[in-house]
Design a protein around this ligand. Structure first.
Ligand code: SF4
Ligand code: SF4
Length: 297
């Protein structure tokens, strides 16, 4: 099993895993004495769908949003990148925090919706199927745990609109988990695949230009109508981005190559196999020669 993907990586709380049927006691409401305490000191990782919702809400391109509102971080050493919400200049508070509450409430990120629950996604090696468990985060400043309202995690997720958020970020979570759990067999992704991962997952407007470019059309056999539909719909394009990355990062044939590109790829693979076979034959000959020399001594 890989390490859990915890939306609160720096939390002092060591989580116990629970299922969706687990009942929590919690309520957060205006007037509670810790109002806005959680938003005053943030460490919020964003999913690609969070980025999409926020850039749309703010009327920015994804490139502008990433530059002004986020900071990148490494999800794992030498691995792929994530993005976090950038707090106010010189402080720790969220830029969207208002005295009356969250200024972007309808589009608030996944981690804000889940709090005080944390989603732990895990998967077995070489599987795409991820399994969700949860943890309860209890921090001293949060008085919501003292309010007498009992609710299952499943119902809390519904209340917070998380079904849609999790569903539309699932492809990204699966990529991250597969990368984390495949370890040395896949190796460190090249700079190019890390750049493609960042663009396709977070910078959807640049990814749109990339898919619309002539060079993409030369490589991939994507019917024109399908391409136009993708280019006109951010959410569909994001799901396509995850498909594209399965091909780039793990060599899956998730998008058909056009026949010329497929032939070139096949020729390249044959060339590599030929070089490997020659190298193996050369090694075998050297070993045989060495054995003969040893026998003669
Ligand atoms: S996005 Fe909203 S809920 Fe999340 S930390 Fe900022 S103000 Fe709080
Ligand atoms: S109850 Fe918890 S989540 Fe709600 S405002 Fe207070 S600290 Fe934040």
């Amino acid at each position: 099993m890989s390490q859990p993907d915890i939306p609160f990586p720096n939390s002092p709380v060591v989580p116990n895993m629970v299922e969706a049927t687990h009942v929590i006691q919690f309520s957060c409401h205006k007037g509670i004495r810790c109002w806005n305490a959680c938003c005053s000191n943030i460490d919020i990782s964003l999913t690609p769908y969070d980025v999409l919702r926020l850039k749309t809400r703010l009327g920015l391109t994804s490139t502008e949003f990433l530059k002004d509102y986020t900071v990148p971080y490494e999800m794992e050493k030498d691995g792929i990148a994530g993005v976090k919400l950038r707090p106010v200049e010189g402080g720790t508070a969220c830029r969207f925090m208002k005295p009356e509450g969250c200024g972007i409430y309808e589009d608030r990120p996944t981690a804000c919706r889940y709090y005080p629950v944390a989603l732990l996604s895990m998967r077995r090696q070489d599987e795409y199927v991820d399994r969700d468990s949860y943890a309860i985060v209890k921090e001293d400043h949060c008085k919501g745990h003292e309010v007498n309202r009992r609710i299952t995690i499943a119902d809390y997720r519904k209340e917070q609109g998380l079904d849609q958020y999790d569903e539309l970020a699932r492809g990204w979570r699966q990529l991250v988990l597969k990368k984390q759990s495949s370890g040395p067999s896949i190796g460190k992704p090249s700079l190019r695949s890390r750049q493609l991962f960042f663009m396709a997952c977070y910078d959807i407007d640049r990814f749109r230009e990339f898919v619309g470019a002539e060079s993409f059309g030369k490589l991939f056999d994507l019917p024109q109508a399908e391409k136009e539909a993708l280019l006109a719909d951010d959410v569909a394009l994001l799901q396509f981005a995850f498909r594209f990355l399965r091909q780039v990062m793990f060599g899956e044939e998730s998008i058909a190559l056009n026949s010329e590109a497929a032939q070139e790829r096949l020729a390249r693979a044959q060339e590599i196999r030929l070089v490997e076979e020659r190298e193996a034959a050369r090694r075998r000959a050297l070993e045989a020669e060495q054995d003969m020399t040893d026998d003669g001594e």
